[in-house]
Design a protein around this ligand. Structure first.
Ligand code: FES
Length: 247
């Protein structure tokens, strides 16, 4: 299998950057997309050229490190899938494949396909934790949380913080990410102690990081590899209003 990768190369944050073409032969449809990029980097090493910088860690859709735009779509052509779960069988022999970093002012490019997503960390620092002493892990069936509530909390906790929602949104809004992190804790009894402080401080941090407002178009939900629902945003907004009314 042979494809032409058209990849964004940018030496550093102050470099203008440009798309560069790489014809790559010897790929198979069973290769993951990241393995195809690994193969390209091995060829670049043999030619004494600089390798392409891209992020990855778990390579199984858990860590959220590997997000890039592929042919204009976050994480590539398939729904509910991270870049590391994408395989070359989703492309055809002879295809041109455009690979770019996330595009958002709050996610500045560090190098090539790697962006700085530390703004997400700073939002999490504002409240995505609990102060209740939980001790060591208890027997799961001994925790008295109704299944419906724990399931709802887990639906929000599924967010892997990849940033596809921000990169896809016309306003570069982090509303889906922030809402998922808030609701994950606020839906659980253990998170009630900081419920109002959490929603106010995390949404405030979201604003000072420069993320835009929610557009209500729902693009974030469609491109989210975990299928996090935009209902989370409505819930966050309701919680925010309530927290402001309660002072
Ligand atoms: S490398 Fe961890 S989600 Fe892709």
């Amino acid at each position: 299998m042979k494809v032409t990768f058209k990849i964004w190369r940018q030496e550093g944050p102050d470099d203008i950057g440009a798309i560069r073409d790489y014809e790559v032969d010897g790929l198979t449809e069973d290769m993951s997309f990241l393995e195809a990029l690994d193969h390209l980097n091995e060829l670049l090493v043999l030619k004494n050229e600089k390798v392409i910088a891209y992020e990855h860690d778990c390579r199984e859709g858990i860590c959220g490190q590997c997000g890039v735009f592929i042919n204009g779509r976050a994480h590539g052509p398939n729904d509910n899938m991270t870049t590391c779960q994408l395989h070359m069988r989703s492309f055809n022999d002879g295809d041109a494949i455009v690979v770019e970093p996330w595009r958002a002012a709050s996610f500045p490019v560090i190098k090539d396909l790697i962006v700085d997503r530390s703004a997400f960390d700073r939002i999490i620092e504002q409240g995505a934790y609990i102060t209740a002493k939980t001790g060591t892990a208890p027997e799961a069936n001994a925790i008295l949380i109704p299944k419906e509530i724990s399931d709802n909390a887990m639906d929000a906790a599924a967010c892997i913080g990849c940033g596809a929602c921000v990169a896809t949104c016309k306003n570069s809004s982090a509303a889906l990410f922030t809402a998922a992190k808030i609701n994950h804790f606020n839906r659980l009894p253990q998170g009630k102690a900081e419920e109002h402080k959490r929603v106010k401080e995390m949404t405030y941090q979201m604003e000072i990081e420069g993320f835009g407002s929610c557009t209500f178009t729902g693009a974030c939900e469609i491109e989210c590899p975990e299928g996090i629902s935009i209902n989370n945003i409505a819930e966050m907004n309701a919680r925010y209003t309530k927290s402001k009314l309660l002072g």
